[in-house]
Design a protein around this ligand. Structure first.
Ligand SMILES: NC(=O)c1ccc[n+]([C@@H]2O[C@H](COP(=O)([O-])OP(=O)(O)OC[C@H]3O[C@@H](n4cnc5c(N)ncnc54)[C@H](O)[C@@H]3O)[C@@H](O)[C@H]2O)c1
Ligand SMILES: [Zn+2]
Length: 365
């Protein structure tokens, strides 16, 4: 379990906080170009003020930065700066910087502590928590990595003010997911305040971020290495989503957009297989109808696609087990389980078809 602190401003008094957690004031700061510009000066100023010794690293703001060649270069800069085991690394950015920073911290000098300072909604509620860190391989995403829990996760929801709306919705998909899989009251809260949260209104935003971060932390603490199926419930909607992302060549669809669509499919599947009653299905669909996609994207990337092709693409997902697709389904709002049985392809295709019919009328812009 990591220490998660949610507040505004979250970067005051870091000297004391680090000390309390046995962390030295020798910190490598990893940014991407955007987060360096947005948050770097203020953070550096505060840390200098508290007598930190700092080494700054900046990578391009793109998924391709999660690569071995980028990591290799950064190791070099750290060695040249005499960074040793007494240092720690703070990753300041979205999931890309968080995963890359965590990967470097886990491997450098056989492991130094990592502190996450997430700056996207997805990173605040998902990727910065749980200790999964990885880089990509040309043959697949996130294939090379570690479990390396952050010592501290420092979350300041006010950082989201500059985040594009598309990224807000993408992160919101994971937030809503927590309501579905683990917390009915959270689900009701999100349903009621969806527009407040996506408009970054307080106190709703902080409440949603806090609840999500703590649910993720609780789930991964109970099942750190994903052995008993609990952590796998975090993949609600994701079997469909991974298929969609692959079809979109991991470029045209944000992960959260694919998850939103995937959750619509998973709701229908849960209902059709007899696990979820009609009323809960309707409640779930009503909330998911509130998501918005960029113009034309939903049509091109989901409504117009061939269902068999999507199914095919889902089968090539790395999470498959002996060619079986694994689905996280709902018993009710707030309770999910991992279905281990084989599901008839026809059921999967039917769920996709129903989702296509469901999403078309309102979500196109
Ligand atoms: N480790 C995990 O458990 C886990 C879980 C989910 C996703 N991930 C990984 O997370 C990555 C995606 O993360 P992401 O969605 O945060 O994307 P990202 O890190 O690429 O950030 C998206 C964009 O927003 C910019 N940005 C960041 N903060 C900003 C701010 N406050 N204002 C304006 N712009 C800002 C970034 O520079 C970038 O251009 C993927 O690589 C995925 O594999 C990891
Ligand atoms: Zn996800």
């Amino acid at each position: 379990m990591s220490t998660i602190i949610v507040g505004t401003p979250v970067i005051t008094g870091l000297g004391e906080l680090f000390k309390a957690h046995g962390l030295s004031k020798k910190t490598v700061l990893l940014f991407d170009e955007h987060t360096r510009k947005l948050f770097g000066d203020e953070l550096l100023k505060r840390l200098h003020h508290e007598d930190f010794q700092l080494k700054e690293l900046v990578v391009p703001a793109r998924e391709a930065s999660k690569s071995f060649s980028v990591a290799y270069k950064l190791y070099g800069s750290m060695i040249e700066a005499d960074v040793d085991r007494s240092w720690n690394l703070m990753a300041v950015g979205g999931g890309v910087v968080g995963d890359l920073g965590g990967f470097i911290a886990a491997s450098y000098f056989r492991g130094i502590p990592v502190i996450q300072l997430p700056t996207t909604l997805l990173a605040m509620t998902d990727s910065s928590i749980g200790g999964k860190v990885a880089i990509n391989h040309p043959l697949g995403k996130n294939l090379i990595g570690f479990f390396h829990s952050p010592e501290l996760v420092l979350i300041d929801p006010s950082y989201l003010a500059s985040l594009p709306l598309r990224e807000i919705y993408a992160g919101m998909a994971e937030v809503v997911k927590y309501g579905f899989i683990a917390d009915e009251p959270l689900f009701s809260f999100l349903d009621l305040h969806f527009n407040d949260i996506t408009a970054l209104q307080e106190p709703y935003l902080t409440e949603a971020v806090k609840k999500s971060a703590f649910i993720k932390d609780e789930v991964v603490t109970k099942d750190f290495r994903e052995t008993d199926g609990l952590r796998a419930t975090l993949n609600f909607g994701h079997t469909f989503a991974h298929g969609l992302e692959k079809l979109a060549e991991y470029r045209h669809l944000r992960h959260g957009e694919a998850v939103t669509i995937g959750m619509v499919c998973a709701l229908f599947l849960s209902h059709n297989l007899g696990y979820l009653d009609r009323q809960s299905l309707e409640r779930g669909l009503t909330l998911l109808q509130k998501f918005r996609f960029p113009k034309g994207l939903l049509k091109r990337r989901f409504l117009d696609i061939d269902r068999d092709q999507l199914l095919e693409s889902m089968f090539s997902d790395k999470k498959k087990l002996n060619k079986k697709l694994r689905f996280v389904l709902l018993k009710k709002i707030g309770e999910a389980f991992l279905l281990e049985d084989n599901i008839d392809d026809q059921q999967v295709l039917k769920a996709i078809e129903e989702a296509q019919a469901q999403l078309s009328p309102v979500n196109l812009r």
